[in-house]
Design a protein around this ligand. Structure first.
Ligand SMILES: [Fe+2]
Length: 144
């Protein structure tokens, strides 16, 4: 695995880790008339990100790389910004979730291109991209 690809995947891992916690924050602190569906949807999203976190770290291990593995390392590497603990209206929650999904999708696209013929990386990123497309559709539909 090229060093640049390993660094990009580690950064992606860090963003997934930060997003995993951030989705819990929004799941707990969402308010408004759409509380129940948004609260429940965010639970399904963070459950899927738990699997993504594990498989991305294991992808790095399979390539003899060392995945970032602490919250401190994730915060140092990530582009996704954490939120403090406060109540957030559901429409704003969905805008935040949408922006973070779009950032992760762009990173997965860049890694897929950088990886070239590294088929295990390409296959995983294509799987993630299909999932981002579906999640982005869901969130945009909820925002209408
Ligand atoms: Fe919960």
């Amino acid at each position: 695995m090229k060093n640049q690809v390993a660094q990009s995947i580690n950064k992606y891992l860090a963003n997934v880790g930060v997003n995993y916690i951030k989705l819990h924050n929004l799941h707990w602190n969402v308010i408004g008339k759409d509380f129940k569906p948004v609260h429940e949807y965010l639970e399904s999203l963070y459950d899927s990100f738990a699997e993504v976190l594990d498989e991305v770290a294991e992808l790095l291990k399979m390539h003899d790389q060392v995945p970032a593995a602490s919250l401190k390392e994730y915060l140092a590497l990530a582009d996704i910004e954490e939120l403090g603990a406060k109540e957030v209206y559901s429409s704003e929650v969905l805008q935040i979730v949408l922006a973070d999904l779009q950032l992760l999708k762009a990173q997965a696209e860049a890694i897929r291109a950088e990886a070239e013929d590294d088929y295990s990386v390409v296959a995983m990123m294509e799987d993630h991209l299909a999932n981002y497309n579906k999640s982005i559709w869901f969130v945009k539909a909820m925002l209408k």
